[in-house]
Design a protein around this ligand. Sequence first.
Ligand SMILES: [Fe+2]
Length: 156
Amino acid sequence: MYVVKSPLSDASLKAVSEALQGALVDLVDLALVAKQIHWNVVGQRFRSVHLQLDEVVDTARKYSDIVAERAAALGIPPDGRAATVAVGSGIGVTPEGWVDDTTAVATLVDALGAVIARMRERVEATGEPDPVSQDIFIGITADLEKHHWMFQAENG
Ligand SMILES: [Fe+2]
């Protein structure tokens, strides 16, 4: 069922749709992972890591909304359901229970690294079919790479 008419051709829409939907599940999961660690981190660096994690949550939530609404604007129904996120996320398994601060930071370095690699692929994939979506992916990548730098510096 087509409710919203897309400005893109069918061929362009396929590539852009995959990129936007993939980014949505990665960002929803990143927000969940960052909250999980925010609640469970322990150790001498608790306070700084706890607060730093909420900055990642804010970034991930902001961009998940932007990506989902970009999809909708292109006539693609965004799918942010938990089951869809569980199957499609590029982030690996998050540790269960209390997490020491060094492991917490390493978990975020890995999670951000995985999402950034996929986001850079989306930058490449959308440049020709839809530079407007590409612009969104470039902005997301820049912000995620800033967070990635800061977590790497934490364990440096
Ligand atoms: Fe909190």
